[in-house]
Structure formats: structure tokens, C-alpha cells
Design a protein around this ligand. Sequence first.
Ligand SMILES: [Mn+2]
Length: 312
Amino acid sequence: MENNFSLQDICDTALACNTKNIYIFAHEKHDGDAKGSSLALVEFFKGKGFNSKYIITTKDTCLLHVFNFEVEVTESVDERFIAVILDTSTSSNTENSIYLQAEKIFRIDHHNNGEIFGDFNIVKEEASSTCEIVASMLDETEITPKMATYLYIGMYTDTGGIKYNLSENVFLQFAKLAKCGADTASLVENMRFSTRNRKRIEGLVALRNKVFDTRGLIGSVIKNECRFDAVSVARAVSTLTCLKGNLYFCACESASTKEVYVEIQSAQSSSIDVSQYAKKYTGGGGHFHKAGFTLKSIDELDKVIEDLKGLL
Ligand SMILES: [Mn+2]
């Protein structure tokens, strides 16, 4: 069921269900947008007098380093609660399945071609980020400086550092968050941090770039190197987009599992919907201009490259 709701509706539903607990969930390998929107809503619901927490089941150091917020790991939940699921395109992408115990499930997302699940859904594919949607749902008077900073980080990271998906509304929301006291100075400082492995991956992707098709297919294939993870590979493809092209990809084979993480990005001016293509693969999906998936082995890569040529 796809429909509209307000944040007040979530509070009203909790009260109608006789619970003060509003728990927030996001996708696995939660990124800045998932974390930012989650922490902002925890803050919002707490301000409204509810018990609210961000439910994660594995420890996350980025939450502390970037957001300056330590989230305790939750193993299980016995009490009644309302679930709010953020930035998560399909039920199988959720970080954990505790949300299934909720009295009612609300969902807010901006991914393309996702799945409608839960009781109430807001899906705005045109939005840069879930943080942009959440910011738009809030009135200036409701946004504390902390919430403003969390939402700003999510919008900043999901736009690749204010590089893409820049609609008029993105700037309106950035302006609103700045007015509400977003700490943009420490944000820029915190975002500079990277892991050494991630830097290595970015360097390799930049170094190994090759033109696969003169109509504008540029990619990097890295075999049997580094400790790859989907998030690092997803970020690394952006190092190619300063080269003139239409479609960019990087395919990175993990030395240990032999799985290949593939991330594809189409130029902002291009009409190629890469999320549609990524969906053909297990666990694949993302956004119109940026999406990823995993291959079981490098042998499947030639077919992918031929397909990408066909998309040009
Ligand atoms: Mn997002």
C-alpha cells in the first residue's frame, strides 16, 4: 500500500496502539543517509516524549566517528513498538528483521524500483536522499541543531558531496538545515576520514580505468586484490566520473570469497537507468544513476560488460 503520512501520524498511531516505543530501522550496510535519517527521527520522537531508538544488530564505528553518536547494539526486543523503516528498498535489505514484530510499520524511502512493504509507505524516487524527504516533512521549528546536522550529513553523502541529484528542493532543505543550526564545519572535518583500505580501492579503481566503448563506457576491473566490500566499491566508482563518459563501472573481485562487487554509475546528463539493470542480479538495486550488485564469479563479468555496451 502506497500512501502519504505525516510524522505526527506515526506518533498518533503509537498512542492508538497503546505504546510509547517508536523504533527506527534502516538498510544493511547502512550509509550516511540511512544513519542520518534514523538518528534525526530518534531525536524527533524523543522530543515528542516517546521512547525512540535506532535498532542495529551489529556494532558500527562510523556512527561514532562521523555522527558523534554511539548506538547500542540491540539483540532482541520484547516490548510492543511501532517501526519506522528508512532508506530501505526491499524487505530483504533491512539490517535486521526485528521490525516484523511491530504493531504497525511505516516506511520512507527514495530508491528506484523498490518493493512496497509494511503498512504505510512514502516513496519519492525523485528525492536525493531519505534525509531530504524527512527534512521536507519537518517544520523549521521542529528541527534541533543536532537533527539538522544528522540530516545534512545524509543529504551531503547521498548526493556524493553535493555533486548529483541536485534539485531545487535539495538546496531548499540544505538552507533550512543551515538555518536550524546544522554544524557544517565539523561535518566537513569528519567526512575527510577514510580507511586505508578504502583509499587503496579508490586508488586502484582510478589507476586501472579503461575505455571499454568509445561511446562512453569507462570502467575498472580489479582482480584478486584488496579486502573489498560493497560500500567501498560503491564509493570508488565515483573516482571515474571526472572522466568524460556516459556510463562508468568498477568490478572488484574479492581475494577471499571470489565474489565480484560491481558498481555502475551513469552520467547525470544520461538517460540510462542503472538501477533497472542492477535489479536483474540477486541483491541488485539502487538509484537511477547509481546502482550495484554482486556476481558469484569473475566469469560472469564479460556478459555484464557486453550488456553495458548495449545500454549506451
Ligand atoms: Mn539513501
